[in-house]
Each structure stands twice: as C-alpha cells, then as structure tokens.
Ligand binder design. Structure first.
Ligand code: TYM
Length: 369
C-alpha cells in the first residue's frame, strides 16, 4: 500500500493508514458533536466516507467557546475535474454552511507544473481557469470563499512560504514525500506553499485563527509537515478531516485521471458517463444464471459504492441494494441503469452551474488580476 499526494497504489487499508499516519478515527461522539450544529449527520459522515481526523474535537471545542475557524481545501489543476475530486468539496460546502466558515481554496498550479514533466505553464494555467468553474459550481458562498492560484497569487503567499520553508529540512521532506536526488528543487520547496493557506487568516488578521482541512487521506503528508512548523511560527496546528478514495470504474484502485476510461469527469456528456458505467467492473458473476444462484459481491463493486457514498441518501434503500445484490435478486445491468440515471442528473445539474459560474469567477478570486 502506497499513499502519497502523487501516488496511491495497492489495496488501501484505512485502519492501517490511521495507525501509519498517526491520525484518529472518527468516533460516534465526534459525529454527535457535529450533528449538534448540523441538525443531521451528513451521509458522507454517516457512511464513514470521512473516516479519520486530527484535532477535530479541539476545533469543535474552540467553536463551542465562540471562536470561529476557517476551512481550507484545494485542487492540483493537472486535468479536468472528476467525481472523486468533488466529494471532499461537497463536504467542505456542507461544513461552510453549518459553521458559517470562511474558506480558502488553493489551486496548486505550481505543484502540477513541477511534478509532471510533460506539463507546460500554459497547460496548468488553462486547467486552473477550467477547474475554477467546477469549484464555483459546488456552490460555495462567494462572500466567504477565496480561491487562490499559487502562481498568480504568489505575492500573497510567498512571505509565509519562506518562513515555513526555513523550518523544514531536506531530510524531513525526503522521508515524508520520498524525494530523490533527481527531484527538482521546485517540488522540494513546494510543500511550504501548500502549508501557507492554513496560516493565511492568522497572518491577515494578526490573530491566531484555527483552521480545518477537509481532503482525502493522500494529502496527509503535507499536513504532517505543516503541523510540525505551526507552533514554531506561533500559529495553531491545522486540524484535518480525511476521506477515503472514491473508487474508479475499474477493478480496484481510486478514481484517478491517469486511467481516464475509469473516471467520470464532471464535463462528461450524459451519454459518455452512461457508456463508462455500462463498461464498469462490478462485483457480479459471469452469467445472469450464476448471479441469480450465487448473488454478487457489492463489497468490491464501484457501482454499489457510488450509490452508497454519493447517490442514495436513504439508508434503507442502500441496505436494500446490498441485500438484493447479495441474494442475486438484482443483476448488474439493472443496477448500472439505476446509477446511470442518477449520475446523469447530477452531471447535467453540475454542468448547468458550471456554465453559470463563468460570470461569477471574479467574485471568488483572491486577487483580481
Ligand atoms: P488533487 O487535485 O489531487 O485532488 C483534489 C482533492 O480531491 C481529493 N481526491 C479524491 N477524493 C476522493 N476520491 C478520489 N478518488 C480522489 N482523488 C483525489 C484529494 O485528496 C483532494 O482533496 N495538492 C493538492 C491540492 C491542494 C489541496 C490543498 C488539497 C492544495 N491545498 C488542501 C486538499 C486540501 C492536489 O493536488 O489535489
């Protein structure tokens, strides 16, 4: 099992990751504390898509004592946005609504330019402009959201980045990120840039402001370094809430743009999405007769998991789907058709909001240039 910001492979054991990364599992008591403010437990928490955290209890203590916190999340604009990327963003919007929190949303065009040998600056900047529309389409509050693009907004970030960088040595980042002799020096510096938004509100207001970062667990190496530096610079350590990976449509593995045929991109046409789902790997048997006799394996099936994590809010209906699959009552074709309808509706709605976002970009940008 390898989980870094740039590589996720092998069979992911989330319990082992909690131990390996030194995070905490999301307990019932923390969910109840969130529920007190939200009024209902969000399906992504209830179904434990978000499964781990650091200092979430502390940030809730702060909030309960009347101190607000900022949210911070992001995107590395190396291609079009897919369904996996938007899951943490949907949850971030929920947190923004519940806690009326300001959000810093970072686009790490520098990271993607530095890490991918084939990417030019023009290319990542084009993806930055494109991905911003998907971010705005999620519905973040324009009054409370600032989108930062590292290269364009470097003057707002660089002072904090150099302060951070001075406290991180090469052997630390080599151990955390697996850098090698051949790694370019830009990417070695880059973790300092991803730390900055966690401290931005404190720097801008002159007061220490708690920060909560929702993201998938692959980003955790950044937060380990960021947390180490925080106290040395007089900031609070940022808290995290980590999610799992939405699987791709192939056999095993997370949804990843590097295997585009197993990704549902937010710009896919309804027909293209339907075709990909129809071609998807499932937990079904090789013939309909066997499936009726033996039942399927929803525990390895992406089609089931998309319903479970994203498209079916009703717990009873999800349980029913599991049961029908296990008992052979439902076949994969029918199950795929149910999902296709929901995914198509979701994409059409997102694409409508994406189109409308074109007139709103300026309102969200950190800088207007
Ligand atoms: P990036 O662009 O790789 O991913 C964007 C967000 O999506 C999450 N993610 C997934 N979540 C669920 N299922 C998947 N299959 C999946 N694939 C990716 C990532 O964890 C991330 O939350 N370096 C970052 C950009 C960044 C950032 C941040 C992310 C800058 N600051 C703060 C999160 C929080 C990156 O390249 O993300």
């Amino acid at each position: 099992m390898v989980v870094t910001p740039w590589k996720v492979s092998g069979k992911i054991d989330y319990d082992r990751l909690i131990k390996k990364f030194g995070t905490q599992p999301l307990t019932e008591s923390i969910l109840n504390r969130i529920n007190k403010h939200a009024g209902a437990i969000h399906p992504l928490l209830r179904r434990r898509f978000f499964f781990s955290h650091r200092d979430l209890d502390w940030i809730l203590d702060q909030y309960d004592e009347g101190r607000s916190f900022v949210l911070y999340t992001g995107r590395g604009p190396s291609g079009p946005v897919h369904l996996g990327h938007v899951v943490p963003w949907i949850f971030t919007k929920h947190l923004q609504d519940v806690f009326e929190a300001k959000l810093y949303f970072q686009l790490t065009d520098d990271e993607k330019f530095l890490i991918h040998p084939e990417h030019t600056l023009e290319r990542v900047e084009a993806f930055t402009r494109d991905n911003i529309l998907d971010i705005i389409a999620i519905g973040f509050d324009p009054e409370k959201t600032k989108i930062i693009a590292d290269i364009r907004d470097v003057d707002a970030l660089y002072e904090i980045a150099v302060k951070v960088a001075k406290h991180i040595n090469f052997s630390t980042v080599r151990a955390v990120f697996g850098f090698e002799e051949s790694s370019n020096i830009g990417i070695i510096f880059f973790p300092a840039m991803q730390a900055v938004p966690a401290f931005l509100e404190s720097e801008l207001t002159g007061e220490r402001v708690p920060c909560l970062i929702p993201a998938a667990i692959d980003q955790d190496p950044y937060w380990r370094v960021t947390r180490d530096v925080a106290s040395k610079l007089g900031y609070y350590k940022p808290s995290q809430i980590h999610c799992k990976f939405l699987p791709g449509l192939g056999k095993g593995g997370k949804m990843s743009s590097s295997i585009p045929e197993t990704c549902i991109f937010m710009k896919d046409s309804p027909q293209a999405a339907a075709k990909k789902i129809m071609d998807s790997f499932t937990g079904g048997q090789s013939t309909a007769a066997e499936q009726r006799r033996l039942g399927g394996s929803p525990e390895i099936c992406p089609v089931y998991y998309y319903q479970h994590y994203l498209f079916e809010d009703d717990d009873k209906k999800v349980e029913e789907l599991w049961r029908k699959c296990k008992s052979g009552e439902i076949l994969c074709g029918e199950c795929k058709s149910l999902l296709i309808e929901k995914v198509q509706d979701f994409l059409v709605e997102h694409q409508r909001k994406r189109e409308a976002a074109k007139d709103k970009v300026e309102r969200y940008l950190m800088r207007h240039k």
